[in-house]
Design a protein around this ligand. Structure first.
Ligand code: PEP
Ligand code: MN
Length: 354
């Protein structure tokens, strides 16, 4: 349920509503609507009677039941878009944010070299897996803590904030001590203890959509993190399983556009995993941005043929640079910007691409 305050409600009116909500053993979260405050109520046992009770209070305009099972993640609860700050990068604003790097961290040279290459081409965040969820137990499963240390070295060399996957609740502490944003992988989207632990880490959390998850299930996973009091959640569409076998997955652009409408959270697209083929990454990246994605996460490797994981879908430096040039060309047509360090309100404004 949300409580919409009227425009003349006083701070005391708002406090009284929050107090009444807590007397019902429910939680109230205040967000700023366009013209007034909105109180989102979460918890079990929300009734129509509670709605009538709150509507009789001073400063309350009306109450609205939220029909979706996710609440904090929904637009109704939080009408304005959420901007998630990761280091010096704002995800969810006018800037198209590009996160790039190898599927896996493989060595110091590989990750530092890749970080420099993607930064020079305009990426503002570095990706790289240290803990890898692999279909086969015999495949390369990541360097673990050593990989995290190498990511920190690459960050120190370039200043790029780092995004990396965490696979178990027990690893959240160590991964969060290195990462600027935690990645919840597609296979773990419904690992609810992991989501809660990631939420409690205080770090921004990027949640990849599960291979067979509905949009509603994906938003409910975001709800698990938000319910821990962590507002910094980023959604990532990375392709779903369909009948098609020509491509690794089917990048669901419906989900990109629909998640933007249903939720205030930033939505990224991952055309690397979404297609599985490097030559499809550029067209699907352009399409993702046209569909409204706030940015992209892309696999880039200095020598894709030798990558220890996901080489077939990794862009080489040349093709990554070409993609970035094409994004810069389409950005103004979509009233977006690219390639500058994004800043939140109050700080220097984004430079428009001419
Ligand atoms: C990855 O980002 O390398 C990865 C394993 O992603 P996903 O969880 O989407 O498969
Ligand atoms: Mn990968």
């Amino acid at each position: 349920m949300i409580v919409i305050m009227n425009s003349s409600a006083t701070p005391a009116d708002l406090q009284a509503v929050l107090q009444r909500v807590s007397e019902h053993n429910l939680t109230g979260q205040v967000t700023q609507g366009e013209h007034c405050d909105i109180v989102g109520i979460i918890g079990s046992g929300i009734t129509n009677d509670l709605g009538s009770e709150l509507e009789s209070m001073s400063g309350v305009d009306r109450t609205v039941r939220i029909s979706q099972p996710y609440k904090l993640a929904s637009r109704a609860f939080h009408p304005q878009r959420t901007i998630v700050q990761v280091g010096n990068v704002a995800i969810g604003g006018d800037e198209i944010v590009v996160i790039a790097g190898p599927c896996s961290v493989e060595s110091e040279t590989q990750i530092v070299e890749t970080a420099r290459i993607v930064q020079a081409a305009g990426a503002t965040l570095l990706r790289g897996g240290a803990y890898k969820p692999r279909t086969s137990p015999y495949a390369f499963r990541g360097m673990g803590v050593k990989g995290l240390e190498l990511l920190a070295l690459a960050r120190a060399a370039t200043g790029l904030p780092v995004v990396t996957e965490v696979m178990t609740p027990q690893d959240v502490e160590v991964v969060a001590s290195y990462a600027d944003m935690l990645q919840i992988g597609a296979r773990n989207m419904q690992n609810y203890y992991l989501l809660e632990e990631a939420g409690r880490s205080g770090k921004p959390v990027m949640i990849k959509r599960g291979l067979s998850a509905t949009i509603e299930e994906w938003l409910l996973s975001a709800e698990y993190v938000l319910a821990q009091g962590n507002p910094n959640v980023v959604l990532c569409e990375r392709g779903i399983r369909t009948f098609e076998t020509a491509t690794r997955n089917t990048l669901d652009l419906n989900a990109v556009a629909y998640a933007k409408r249903l939720s205030h959270l930033p939505v990224l697209a991952d055309p690397s995993h979404g297609t599985g083929k490097w030559h499809l990454v550029t067209p699907l990246s352009l399409a993702s941005i046209a569909a409204g994605a706030d940015g992209l996460i892309l696999e880039v490797h200095p020598d894709p043929d030798r990558a220890l994981s996901d080489g077939a879908q990794s862009l080489n430096p040349h093709n990554f640079q070409r993609l970035m040039n094409q994004l810069a060309t389409i950005a103004p047509a979509l009233s977006r910007t690219l390639g500058t360090v994004a800043m939140l309100e109050g700080l220097p404004t984004h430079a428009k691409i001419a």
